[in-house]
Design a protein around this ligand. Structure first.
Ligand code: PLP
Length: 407
């Protein structure tokens, strides 16, 4: 059996596996240390009780003849799609057809799989630093060339650093696809409508596609920050949007997400003829997936009910307040910190330009605090460090005090 060498030769282990192994080695050597984890971007607050009840009711219903359901529709139950469309789009002036929304088990699943629609020689542009899934999925498909000095030879990197106020430049060479994630993981920074329009205009002028990952849109609090790329004029012709209930409603363990592919988004076939990406995705997904379970979709639909909204928003507020505590403490301690206002991530400069993995070890050993080294998100993440606001208020306060304490 000949293997897919693009997977076999993928560099390094997955970022969080490396962090986990360093932390467990530390804990073995220091069993009494109280380690505070502000590393992985997983939520910690329990589900909304209202949503959980709807989840349980749907599961129990499956044990009755009337409530039993077999395979779900491949694109999701109409009751969920309709609610997403009404609450997340039409109420904000974005007009979509229900057939443009696809339910899935995760934004990661979709963000990783969407590249199956691209030709093998499509050129991929990525912000740097970046959520690693976009890079790895294209690298595994053999689309990114060779990995040399921390960069893929066929990828176009768009630096987003403090120097450019985390506003990545437009690609300076031909690119077919641009991945954007806003509010951003890992930097916690956002783009205003005016800023985002620049990329939409570029995509329209260059026959390119934007994959817009809005997994953190529930954290947006500022008025001028779009919750969807379709708020930008012209985006419906050039953008696919991935959204998730993971961070919006604490569904990281429940698993439910959706991807929007407007009928007007087209790609070109080998003869230069336009082909609908919505049609391709539907065809592809119908062959590869059997949908998301009924209780999970019932739970996701409950997120949009008044009680569901109220309870899930409380958790978002809690995390944003954690972010405020971390930002305040680190700023007062003299550190340069970014993000954390419309996002659950705080992106800090390492002190004295310390390499980010060195800072990881320093922090773990001296303060017993775990964060994520910026270098794990791309070359421009070097010299930065990511902290998440997904823990408890106590650990946010304690960890940031400890960080300041060792500087
Ligand atoms: N997109 C981004 C930018 C993320 O940071 C994450 C999770 O951390 C995901 C997608 C994953 O979402 P899901 O849990 O729906 O797979």
């Amino acid at each position: 059996m000949k293997i897919n060498s693009s997977i076999a030769t993928l560099p390094g282990s997955y970022l969080f596996a490396e962090i986990a192994s360093r932390v467990s080695a530390f804990e073995e050597a220091h069993p009494d240390a109280q380690v505070l984890r502000l590393g992985i971007g997983d939520v910690t607050r329990p589900l909304s009780p209202y949503v959980a009840r709807k989840f349980a009711d749907a599961a129990l219903g499956m044990a009755t003849q009337e409530g039993f359901r077999g395979y779900p529709p491949g694109e999701g139950y109409a009751f969920l799609v309709e609610k997403i469309n009404r609450h997340d789009y039409s109420s904000r002036g974005v007009s979509l057809k229900d057939s443009e929304i696809f339910i899935s088990d995760g934004a990661k699943t979709d963000a990783a799989a969407i590249q199956e629609l691209f030709s093998q020689d499509a050129v991929i542009a990525l912000t740097d630093p970046v959520y690693p899934v976009y890079v790895d999925s294209n690298a595994m498909a053999g689309r990114l060339g060779e990995y040399v000095d921390g960069k893929w030879t066929r990828a176009v990197y768009l630096p987003a650093t403090a120097e450019n106020d985390f506003e990545p430049p437009l690609p300076d060479k031909k690119a077919d696809v641009l991945y954007l994630c806003y509010p951003n993981n890992p930097t916690g920074t956002v783009l205003t409508r005016t800023q985002l329009k620049k990329y939409v205009d570029w995509a329209r002028e260059n026959d390119a596609l934007i994959i817009f990952d809005a997994a953190y849109k529930a954290f947006v609090t500022s008025d001028d920050i779009p919750l969807s790329i379709y708020e930008i004029e012209g985006a419906k012709d050039v953008a696919i949007e991935c959204c998730s209930f993971s961070k919006t409603a604490g569904f990281t363990g429940v698993r439910c997400a959706y991807t929007v592919i407007p009928h007007s988004v087209m790609g070109l076939d080998g003869n230069g003829e336009k082909v609908s990406l919505n049609r391709m995705w539907k065809r592809r997904t119908g062959s590869k997936n059997n949908g998301v379970s009924y209780p999970v979709q019932a739970a996701a639909a409950a997120v949009y009910d008044t009680k569901g909204q109220e309870e899930t928003r409380q958790n978002i507020r809690y995390y944003l307040d954690n972010a405020g505590v971390i930002l305040d403490t680190l700023r007062k301690g003299g550190l340069s910190v970014y993000g954390g206002v419309d996002a659950p991530y705080i992106w800090m400069r390492t002190p004295d330009n310390m390499p980010s993995w060195n800072f990881f070890d320093f922090l773990l050993n001296k303060a017993h605090v775990v964060g994520t080294p910026g270098a794990g998100f791309g070359p421009c993440g070097e010299g930065y460090f990511r902290l998440t606001a997904f823990g408890s208020r106590e650990s946010a306060a304690e960890a940031s005090a400890r960080i300041i304490g060792i500087l």
